[in-house]
Design a protein around this ligand. Sequence first.
Ligand code: FES
Ligand code: FE2
Length: 296
Amino acid sequence: MLENRCRHRGATVCEHHKGNARGFTCPYYNSWTYGLDGALRALPYGDGYEGIVDKTQLPLKSLRVGIYHGLIFASFDQSIKPLEDFLGGAKPWIDLFMKQGAGFPVKANGEHKLKGNLKIQLENTTDLYHFPVVHKSWMKMIDDETAAAITSFMTSDKAFCRSLGNGHSLAVLVPEIVDLDEDNGAPIPTRYEVLAESLAADYPPDQVRRIVRSLMGIGFNLNLFPNLALSMAFFRVLRPISVEETERHVALGMDGGTRGSQPRTLARAAAEFRLLAVRHGRRVHGPHRVAFHDVE
Ligand code: FES
Ligand SMILES: [Fe+2]
């Protein structure tokens, strides 16, 4: 991961969020050119700097990078402690979060900006008190059973909220589903029966049960300091733009779902389920859709 700053006078060398390139040419003098590895390849009138400028000493600066469960973290601080030490007590919860895909990799869909301060988003991720009040209109859109399960933390003595150290925090809302690999053998809820029948055409019974369990999300919300929020229904990388504007990526999806000759993708099965749910006047919660988030 490279710092997006030309080594000449600090202009941004890449102004696109995504895409492909063979290298980077600084747009300021349209000339200092870098390779994808950050090496300085050329500068104008380079002959005049012979013996003065050593190109090997002026690559784009690299950030310190660590990867955990496919999540890529970067820091400007080269001497920062190892990523796994920093994540510390949050690691087991990231492991559990990554099971939201019910066996398929979790992917993030979509991104948008919002008018609001970054801290509101982060604080509310592990503030359970606000949920039934701030999300009142959203609660009216989901079926009663799901609404009761999602707000059970208000009276449950097993739900909790706590610090995980290093600024990370955790709120366990529905303790029964924090590990989607654990099948308690409970019957499939009536509201998911149609989906389960549909999925049974393409998936073995244990996979069907696992997918159905994943529809509620994973029963907890997790904040990773300073700007990552993982929850039952969203994955947010929060980037402050100004005091009152934040860019965030929202939504979870299952990546893939087709295997070999299977004719239907999981995404299609989920889409069909959503249609059925809408037809029956219901909404679902979990990794197949973007959750409405009321006034937040
Ligand atoms: S700032 Fe990049 S070439 Fe001058
Ligand atoms: Fe909220």
